[in-house]
Ligand binder design. Structure first.
Ligand code: CUA
Length: 345
């Protein structure tokens, strides 16, 4: 009894550590075990089914094994050869039929769900179409029906099928919103697009991740999916399509145009940009996908990011302030302008 308690006492901290590690710590949930939409729910149900069947098999096999080891062990002085069961039809039928039944229980719903989840809603007029392009290390979301593009924060209406078409601008990444569903590769260079649909029944912000090793900042390639009501989504679309708001100060405006808008875009001016569209960046939850604006101010985060982009996201393509010859005054002015550039929706 004492001994068992000692073992328990040693295992307790380990168990506590595992619980901390396995439970989502802070921020939006990155767990597939707490599904927030029908796609993730179906994937979760399949996991539950397969793990239950596996657990059942393990328990039954181990129970029989332990029983046989104890019940039929060789006793002292016993020299007889046990009864041979080779060619026993009953046994052979049992160990063939039982696994076939288990495989059917596992296989039929798996095939059903897998094919069900690969349905294509790109021709469905009720579905919202979103084109996803992955870049090292950020995400671009284009809404072809509305002619708008945004970066890092996907905005979607609740209660609609969202049909994604996904490809990569550079290397292979993978699109994954663990609590909503996924994941799917965004392929590089092959010209092929992958398709995936998701549904967001509840309003909220859901965290997305790149799920394919793509370079030194792979683990920092986060994005957000923000599910809002249809009315709010319509307001967002209108705000995105409104004429760009430019810096009021002419010196800051000039610096912004010459040093930022060569790659970025704001407002309707969003064709062929090679960097995230900055329209309404002040309303986003993060800067660069990982600097949270509720920890430091948006302005501070923009300055931290632009001052040394390689420190924040090693290997990314965004030049730092000194490469852009940004003066401190220009950096301060641009950071303030962008932080104040909010969308009302
Ligand atoms: Cu992109 Cu990993």
């Amino acid at each position: 009894m004492m001994n068992r308690w000692r073992v328990m006492k040693r295992l307790l901290p380990l168990a506590a550590g595992m619980i901390l590690l396995l439970s989502a710590c802070g921020r939006e949930d990155l767990s597939t075990l707490n599904p927030q939409g029908p796609v993730a729910q179906k994937q979760f149900d399949l996991m539950t089914l397969s793990i239950s069947i596996m657990a059942l098999v393990v328990v039954v096999v181990f129970a029989i094994c332990i029983y046989v080891l104890i019940r039929f062990r060789r006793r002292k002085g016993d020299k007889t050869v046990p009864k041979q069961v080779e060619g026993n039809h009953t046994l052979e039928i049992i160990w063939t039929v039982v696994p076939i039944i288990l495989l059917l229980i596992l296989g039929v719903p798996t095939i059903n769900t897998v094919f069900g989840l690969s349905k294509d809603y790109s021709k469905d007029p009720k579905a919202l179409q979103v084109t996803v392009t992955s870049h090292q290390y950020w995400w671009e979301f284009e809404y072809p029906e509305y002619g708008i593009k945004t970066g890092q924060e996907l905005v979607v209406p609740t209660g609609k099928k969202i049909q994604f078409k996904l490809a990569s601008a550079d290397v292979t990444h993978a699109f994954w919103i663990p609590s909503i569903g996924g994941k799917i590769d965004t392929n590089a260079g092959t010209g092929t697009t992958n398709k995936l649909y998701l549904e967001f029944p509840k309003e909220g912000v859901f965290r997305g991740k790149c799920a394919e090793l793509c370079g030194p900042s792979h683990s920092l390639m986060d994005f957000k999916a923000k599910a809002v009501s249809q009315a709010s989504f319509d307001r967002w679309v209108a705000a995105m399509k409104a004429p760009a708001v430019m810096p009021e100060d002419s010196k800051i405006k000039e610096a912004f145009e010459n040093k930022c808008l060569t790659c970025h875009a704001v407002g309707e001016n969003n064709a062929g940009s090679s960097a995230p569209n900055l329209t309404g960046i002040g309303s986003r939850q993060t800067i660069a996908g990982i600097l949270y604006n509720d920890e430091k101010s948006t302005e501070e985060n923009i300055k931290e990011w632009v001052t040394d982009t390689q420190k924040v996201k090693p290997g990314n393509m965004m030049p730092s302030a000194k490469d852009l010859d940004l003066t401190q005054e220009e950096l301060d002015g641009i950071a303030k302008y962008l932080a104040d550039y909010k969308l009302d929706y």
